[in-house]
Design a protein around this ligand. Structure first.
Ligand code: GLA
Length: 517
């Protein structure tokens, strides 16, 4: 009797708890979450008319009057740090997730049926951009997981870029407007205007050529580049080479598809297309990796390029972080950016160019410091200033990548870009980067040792008035008799044996000489 009673009690208990759990599950499944909670997406076409889309994800969790979660604006990931209001009207502020960048975004919005009406301003003074967000599956647009990084090893030298690469890059002038027709006509111009003859060779497509990936993960070109292989064939038919751009991150700087997780596949695609040069830009990788991890991240593509049958110049672009000049060559880099982006402005160009002095020991044949592409001919500097730009980049053994519209430049600009005497300094076989030997205020003298014992001397006047500058042979650490040639007037000049040489230099201008025994 006793045991039967016990059994009945147990059965009753189990039944009651089963009902209770089922009920609880039912209630929780039907308890509607607070209405803003969920993953919301806005898709808008890029302004580049290339068929690709920008995506903004608002992954929200509403808890009464508090909204938390994340915001992703294509390549930028933010954590919601402040919020006010609720479904009838809210404001959310996101702070960049890398914890380093000071950048913030702010959205205002309200729920309208099953959509979110939102607006944001690029700058506080801009008018708001209105958008409609719809629900997206949970997890869509989330930051991808970190892929494991390889152990470091020394990537073999690919044997390329024995002198600094020379060519053209689309970014400075065309940014998102570069397309197939532009690249072809730029190649036509370079092949016929004397630039090819002067040594220019690479036609480099920068960011915004990319679309998404096909089902096999192969990178696709967008509407602006209908057939990359045909384009490479065309550029090759002009006796020139074609370069391309990508990022080790999921997205590029302009928000296009990056090579993350597809490094080898992309290297193979580039080789199949006939690509000769890759600029690999950190940007989107910063969300996943720290600066200290840059060498391993860059090594992945260094290895992948080396595996291809086609020689491909490897250009690192991570703005000179983590002293890239100390490890860029070890991960297979032929050149590495040493600074942030250049602008077509005297301040920007000189701040970058005159700051490269300490990096001289790291440049050598096959491996160059890259103070960024040329702005010569883009219109916001004078020709004296552009001559300073060209002379300084020559002394620095910097890559000479023209960044202007080669189809429509003035004869003066073409003459600056194709000055063979100055180019010969840039391309000197010794590959020794020059340095500052004298400075007083805004006047500087830089020299570069050239093969055969020759010396290039550049006398810069950064001041706003013309100046008479005296070159003391003691500062150049030379004595005796030298032949001297002015590389801009192409005239021989009298070099005083063991004396000082005085010369008048225009404001923001340069006098550049080559001394030989
Ligand atoms: C970065 C690079 C630039 C250019 C753009 C393209 O800013 O430093 O040289 O490649 O990205 O988005």
């Amino acid at each position: 009797m006793k045991s039967r009673h016990k059994r009945l009690l147990a059965i009753g208990f189990i039944a009651v708890s089963l009902i209770a759990t089922t009920l609880a599950a039912f209630v929780s499944a039907n308890q509607s979450p607070e209405p803003l909670t969920g993953n919301w997406v806005v898709r808008t076409p890029t302004t580049n008319n290339d068929g690709t889309l920008r995506t903004t994800y608002l992954n929200l969790k509403q808890d009464g009057q508090k909204i938390t979660g994340t915001i992703r604006v294509t390549q930028f990931y933010y954590k919601i740090s402040e919020s006010t209001g609720g479904p009838d009207g809210f404001t959310i502020t996101g702070s960049m997730m890398d914890g380093k960048t000071e950048r913030k975004v702010q959205y205002e919005g309200k729920l309208a049926g099953d959509q979110l009406q939102i607006s944001t301003r690029r700058r506080p003074t801009d008018p708001p951009t209105q958008m409609v967000a719809v629900r997206a599956p949970a997890g869509e647009g989330a930051m991808p997981a970190r892929n494991p990084l390889p152990a470091l090893h020394k990537v073999a030298d690919n044997g390329l870029a024995r002198t600094p690469p020379m060519g053209w890059n689309s970014w400075n002038k065309f940014a998102g407007r570069v397309d197939d027709a532009t690249v072809r006509s730029i190649a036509d111009a370079m092949a016929t205007n004397g630039m090819k003859e002067a040594g220019y060779q690479y036609i480099n497509i920068d960011d915004t050529w990319e679309a998404g990936r096909d089902a096999q993960g192969n990178i696709q070109t967008n509407k602006k580049f209908p057939d990359m292989k045909a384009l490479a064939d065309y550029v090759h038919s002009k006796g020139l080479k074609l370069g391309i751009y990508s990022s080790p991150g999921p997205n590029t700087c302009a928000g296009y598809e990056g090579s993350y997780g597809h490094e080898e596949q992309d290297a193979r695609t580039y080789a199949n297309w006939g690509i000769d040069y890759l600029k690999y830009d950190w940007c989107g990788a910063r969300n996943l990796y720290t600066d200290e991890e840059m060498p391993a991240v860059y090594q992945i593509m260094g290895d992948a390029l080396l595996k291809q049958k086609r020689p491909i110049v490897y250009s690192l672009c991570q703005y000179g972080r983590l002293d890239v000049w100390k490890w860029g060559a070890d991960v297979g880099g032929n050149l590495w950016r040493t600074t942030g982006d250049i602008r077509d402005a005297w301040d920007s160009m000189t701040r970058i160019g005159f700051n490269q002095n300490d990096l001289a020991p790291y440049a050598k044949p096959g491996h160059w410091n890259d103070p960024d592409m040329l702005e010569i001919g883009n219109g916001a500097m004078t020709n004296d200033e552009y001559r300073t730009h060209m002379s300084l980049w020559a002394i620095l053994a910097a890559p000479l990548l023209a960044g202007n519209d080669l189809r429509s430049m003035s004869p003066e600009i073409l003459a600056i870009l194709t000055n063979k005497d100055v180019i010969a300094v840039n391309q000197d076989k010794l590959g020794k980067q020059g340095q500052r030997v004298w400075q007083t205020g805004e006047q500087e003298i830089w020299t570069r040792s050239l093969s055969g014992g020759d010396v290039a001397v550049a006398v810069f006047n950064r001041g706003k008035d013309e100046a008479k500058i005296t070159v003391k042979t003691a500062d150049l650490k030379i004595t005796g008799k030298w032949k001297a040639r002015d590389l801009w007037t192409h005239q021989d000049v009298n070099w005083p044996a063991d004396g000082d040489y005085s010369v008048t230099v225009p404001s923001h201008g340069v006098v550049m000489l080559k001394l030989s025994r």
